[in-house]
Design a protein around this ligand. Structure first.
Ligand code: PLP
Length: 291
């Protein structure tokens, strides 16, 4: 079951709609051009996790794309209505809360905004235990592109995910589960739907490292929350630039995201990666505690 609520000034708590029937204009630029932004948050144990961070990133994405989106209270009200609808219809242990804002129908200046709540995919949950195999794929940009070409909207969470989905299909055809993009100058970027995180342990010193945001990758809310928790627990934190060799040298490597959480990487381009069980257990406990 998917719950659907549109943000609508005539409905302060949001306009409840039927996700199984047509709702959007075929002229909506979110459809015709992929021109819009989105967020995906995890809803579990009656909490939409890291909602403040998701709403903050939605605001940044809107600003990068010159999109006007409703104020935060309208989003919160629509989310409350949508999760209540979802729970009333039976709910699920874990669900994806998706916020979408498009540029709206061509010729108007009013965007189209909605919230859906649907059960979280089972595969992502299973992969938290099994781990995944990953291919390194060329993103086709160099690591300095974000500064040179702001019109590429690097760092915004736009609806234009066709390339990300194509990369995942490519990996699956090669027998791999997921992808880590690498810039044309050999710098590790991110997964198509996730942030890269690696750890090192040197006696009592534990260090977490993630690629630098200067490459134009999406600032991950999960990575941000894990870093905050890890810092409080005494870990050292570091930001790239990282190369593929750094991935292979790690004591543990993960892809992290709001819905899949902490997914261990078993291999990169067929080379086995160390899986430090203690580091994994500690980070899993931190991720579980994120609210
Ligand atoms: C390209 C990309 N990078 C990173 C992430 C991880 O972001 P978050 O942890 O906020 O879900 C996502 C999430 O979907 C993503 O699409």
């Amino acid at each position: 079951m998917t719950a659907l609520v549109f943000l609508d000034p005539d409905f302060p708590a949001g306009r409840i709609s039927d996700a199984a029937t047509a709702q959007l204009s075929v002229l909506d630029q979110g459809v015709t051009r992929g021109d819009g932004i989105f967020e995906s948050a995890l809803y579990t144990r009656q909490v939409v996790r890291k909602l403040d961070a998701h709403l903050a990133r939605l605001r940044v994405s809107a600003s990068v794309c010159d999109l006007t989106v409703p104020h935060e209270e309208a989003w919160r009200a629509a989310i409350d209505t949508a999760v209540a609808q979802f729970d009333a219809a039976g709910g699920a242990e874990e669900a994806v809360v998706k916020l979408v804002a498009t540029r709206g129908t061509e010729g108007t200046s009013i965007g189209t905004c909605w919230v859906t709540v649907s059960p979280a995919p089972a595969l992502g949950r299973a992969q938290r235990e099994t781990g995944i195999s990953v291919l390194l794929l060329d993103r086709g940009y160099d690591s300095g592109i974000a500064e040179r070409a702001p019109w590429l909207l690097m760092g915004a969470k736009t609806l234009s995910y066709a390339v990300n989905m194509a990369a995942l299909r490519h990996a699956k055809k090669q027998g791999a589960d997921d992808v880590i993009f690498v810039s044309s100058d050999g710098i590790v970027l991110e997964g198509p739907t996730s942030t890269v995180l690696l750890a090192h342990r040197d006696r009592d010193i534990k260090r977490l490292i993630t690629p630098t945001l200067e490459t134009g990758i999406l600032p991950g809310t999960t990575q941000g929350a894990i870093f905050t928790a890890a810092k409080a627990a005494g870990w050292e934190l570091g930001y790239g630039p990282l190369t593929p060799e750094h991935l292979l040298d790690a004591d543990a490597l993960w892809l992290v995201s709001s819905v899949r959480l902490l997914t261990p990487v078993n291999s990169v381009d067929g080379t086995q990666i160390a899986r430090d069980a203690q580091l994994h257990a500690e980070l899993t406990a931190m991720v579980d505690a994120i609210a």
